[in-house]
Design a protein around this ligand. Sequence first.
Ligand SMILES: [Zn+2]
Length: 248
Amino acid sequence: MLINRCAGCREPGFELCRRCQFALAASPPVVTASGVIAATEFVGLPKQLIIGLKFRNRRRIVSYLADQLNRRIDPTQIDVITWAPTSRRRANHRGYDQAELLARALAARWRKPCRRMLFRHHGPAQTGRNRADRLHGPSFASRPIRNPPRVLVIDDVVTTGTTLLAAREALLAAGARSVVLAAVAATPESLPQARPARISTASIAGEQSSSTTTPKMPSSSAAATFDATSSKKAHRRASASSLVSASS
Ligand SMILES: [Zn+2]
């Protein structure tokens, strides 16, 4: 008989026990050097859960990870949700694309459309490319977009950020009005060097860290928007969106 165990602590019982659910909810959001909003850092419990989702077929964990994204991103700035597709070979091997599952779960919570908008270019195989090319990451194509929507692109983990930045480029070139990039978790290396490893939620919400003592949940401003037309450098330090554009 199959015993269900917590994907976090391996205790028999639920897919994710209450203690691990609380621990996940308590992990603070971060913004990477390339401007990607991440619901949490890719360490400890969140790391374990994402690895379980990717490699151990822990698909029910998607629901908990989507809840984390739901708490960190303001849906009012989003018209349509999509994802950075994994390579076809990996998705076939796994039987699913975890980024797609996350995007669809989030879209269901928001009652917003979720569409496949990005396609990987069928370039030469990674093994046949030189190191500089590989570091460049994948390139994407997007279907032409009518009625320019504000797009949210979801990925599971952000490391260098090249994948999501390539996705943004393709969507803007195809006519998206704005593109928000988000991931469930960001690796510590992806975070800005000058900043502490963990950005306080207050600074993400665009508040002066010296003037406030109570950490707040990030508000709508945590959803950093890349605009195709405007870049407001004057507000660099004022809000999360400028924190993102300053480093992009
Ligand atoms: Zn647990």
